[in-house]
Design a protein around this ligand. Structure first.
Ligand code: F6R
Length: 608
């Protein structure tokens, strides 16, 4: 979603801010802007890509400063226009501000401020916040920001500047992530560590309702009620090379092909074949509570929800513990009942998804033990949970999640095996499954070899505007994920559903040549899936089957077959999803779309 970078130090700010914005581009945005402070306030904005802003900045004279703030905007209030892009000022140009999040009571505030004679020139909630700070300013910008934030409801990560205190930034957060990088005589404030690590690896994350006042000489952190707080300074661990495209054309393709090695890293040091046990240091402290757990609730959004659904099946199938999976956005508001010894598992690549974070907090408040299955180290969800297991799949830049999905499923598989072994599973039985688990990266490598065949299958069908994805058991969430991947980057309408559900209505959609993708690898419900394939085929649907190598019988039923290696059923989602990721990728490329930056989408959804 929106991105923030601000700098105060001794380096030329213009280049540094543009470079920082480029590192944030993957998050999704539709306009960008920057403000430079060098005695005067200069603001440049552009609709579209950061490259447009860069070109405009290059044409603007005298943009020299060692202090400035920049922003990529993903429109929420008001259209994608230059005036609506950030930074925003109040009507007196005394206050300048960039903001991620949504000020929910902006309409009321705007009315009150208008009645006091303040004027507005944009449709944004952010301009209202800038004006409110201006209105409350009585000679101390830190106090004015604190006072304004006591008045607002909603989510914010902000950086504020005031012309009366031109060598000072104030930053604050509630909800949206914001970090402060501490360099040598310089500070970088950013919504994402990737904009900081090129300059320093020392940083701290602002907590909710915290405010930081930064000058070249130092910083002070407080709450919005002006109580002093001490931030926890940490070492950022991010290899910038991991965020480079290298020889690949798109990040999504790079990340699809990274999956074998990414999962090897996920498993490293966690599979102990001698003892037949999974080692999860991140949850060891709560091992007893986990064994006693009466119910697991897994919560997430989007692709992470599909991984969580597989986790639900794994926990019941392998660990024999009741589990349920739910959209975080529903869970947080439906007054959920949390019984004694309940565990909630928040699954998230970014660790910043607003609904997932809120669901986690709701469950914690009601007494659940909170676990995180998160990729981004030190992210808000990772910090808010009692314990957790990191994915370790490296930075995911492509907006469409791929390696994080297989990483999430891998971690949830390990969690289920960890529980099973502690509850009842023999070391022998557990070691057998763990041996198979260790082979999954090799199976993914093999599944990736079907890339050009998959492309040729997609070429035949990608002009079709409606697709179905069908599967049973573990393959039902995989079908949902296949449909989501296809729709989000190729803009083809796709639906995923349990194969048996089709007869209850959706079968009416089947017409001549409609692509119907069946995840039909060998498993407990294989024969039933074959029946479902017959039903669709007899109504003219075009069957594309994901099948187990060696299953020659399926060739007679399906129009196109994509084979994957034979994998034990509980481990199969990490392999059967690979052709679906590649199908979506090829469909988007063939249809000429921007694979890594699909329209309207953001990498991390930090507003609800
Ligand atoms: C789809 C996708 C999204 C995310 C969802 C949750 O490809 O990436 O559906 O999975 O927004 O994001 P995280 O995992 O960061 O909580």
């Amino acid at each position: 979603m929106c991105g923030i970078v601000a700098y105060i130090g001794h380096k030329p700010a213009k280049e540094l801010l543009i470079e920082g914005l480029k590192r944030l581009e993957y998050r999704g945005y539709d306009s960008a802007g920057l403000a430079l402070m060098n005695g005067d306030l200069q603001i440049v904005k552009a609709v579209g890509r950061v490259a447009n802003l860069e070109a405009k900045v290059a044409k603007t004279k005298n943009l020299h400063a060692h202090m400035g703030m920049a922003h990529t905007r993903w429109a929420t209030h008001g259209g994608v226009t230059e005036p609506n892009a950030h930074p925003h000022t109040d009507d007196k140009r005394k206050i300048c501000l960039v903001h991620n999040g949504i000020i929910e009571n902006y309409a009321t505030l705007k009315k009150v401020l208008s009645e006091r004679g303040r004027t507005f020139h944009t449709e944004t909630d952010t301009e209202v916040l800038a004006t409110l700070i201006g209105e409350l300013y009585e000679g101390d910008i830190e106090q004015a920001v604190q006072a304004a934030l006591r008045e607002v409801t909603g989510a914010y990560a902000i950086v504020v500047w005031c012309s009366d205190e031109p060598e000072t930034f104030i930053a604050a957060r509630k909800g949206g992530p914001l970090m402060v990088g501490i360099g040598n005589g310089e500070y970088i404030v950013a919504s994402d560590p990737s904009a900081i690590v090129a300059h320093t690896t020392q940083a701290f994350a602002l907590e909710d309702y915290n405010v930081v006042k930064i000058t070249r000489d130092g910083f002070r952190t407080s709450t919005i009620d002006n109580k002093s707080v001490s931030p926890k300074v940490m070492q950022l661990e991010m290899d910038l090379e991991e965020t480079e495209l290298g020889a690949f054309e798109h990040y999504m393709r790079k990340e699809i092909f990274e999956q074998p090695n990414a999962l090897r890293t996920t498993f490293r040091g966690r599979i102990d074949l001698n003892e037949g046990r999974i080692v999860l240091g991140g949850v060891a402290k709560f091992a007893k509570e986990l064994v006693k757990a009466r119910r697991f609730t897994l919560t997430a959004q989007g692709t992470a929800l599909h991984a969580a659904m597989i986790g639900e099946y794994l926990l019941e199938d392998l660990a024999k513990v009741p589990a349920e999976c739910e959209y975080a956005s529903e869970f947080r508001y439906r007054n959920p009942i949390i019984e004694e010894n309940a565990v909630v598992v928040a699954v998230s690549q970014s660790g910043e998804t607003a609904d997932t974070l809120a669901a986690l907090q709701e469950a914690k408040d009601r007494g659940a033990l909170a676990l995180g299955v998160v990729n981004v180290v030190g992210s808000t969800i990772a910090r808010e949970t009692d314990a957790g297991v990191y994915l370790r799949v490296g930075p995911e830049i492509g907006v469409a999640s791929t390696k994080a999905f297989t990483g999430q499923v891998a971690v949830l598989t390990m969690l289920a095996l960890y529980m099973a072994r502690r509850k009842f599973m023999s070391p022998y039985e557990s070691a057998q499954l763990m041996r198979e688990l260790e082979k999954v990266p090799d199976h993914i490598e093999r599944a990736l070899q079907a890339d050009s065949h998959i492309k040729s299958v997609v070429e035949k069908h990608c002009a079709k505007e409606n697709w179905l994805f069908l599967g049973r058991g573990y393959n039902y969430p995989v079908a949902l994920e296949g449909a989501l991947k296809l729709k989000e980057i190729s803009y083809i309408h796709a639906e995923g559903m349990p194969a048996a559900e089709m007869k209850h209505g959706p079968i009416a959609l089947i017409n001549d040549g409609m692509p119907c993708v069946f995840i039909a690898n060998k498993g407990r419900q294989y024969d039933k899936v074959m029946n479902n394939i017959e039903e669709v085929r007899s109504r003219g649907g075009h069957i594309i089957a994901i099948a187990t190598e060696g299953d020659d019988a399926i060739r007679d039923l399906a129009n196109d077959v994509i084979f994957v290696p034979d994998v034990p059923e509980p481990l199969s989602p990490m392999v059967t999803v690979i052709p679906l990721q590649l199908m979506a990728y090829h469909a988007a490329v063939i249809r000429g779309h921007d694979v890594d930056k699909p329209r309207n989408l953001a990498k991390s959804v930090t507003v609800e």
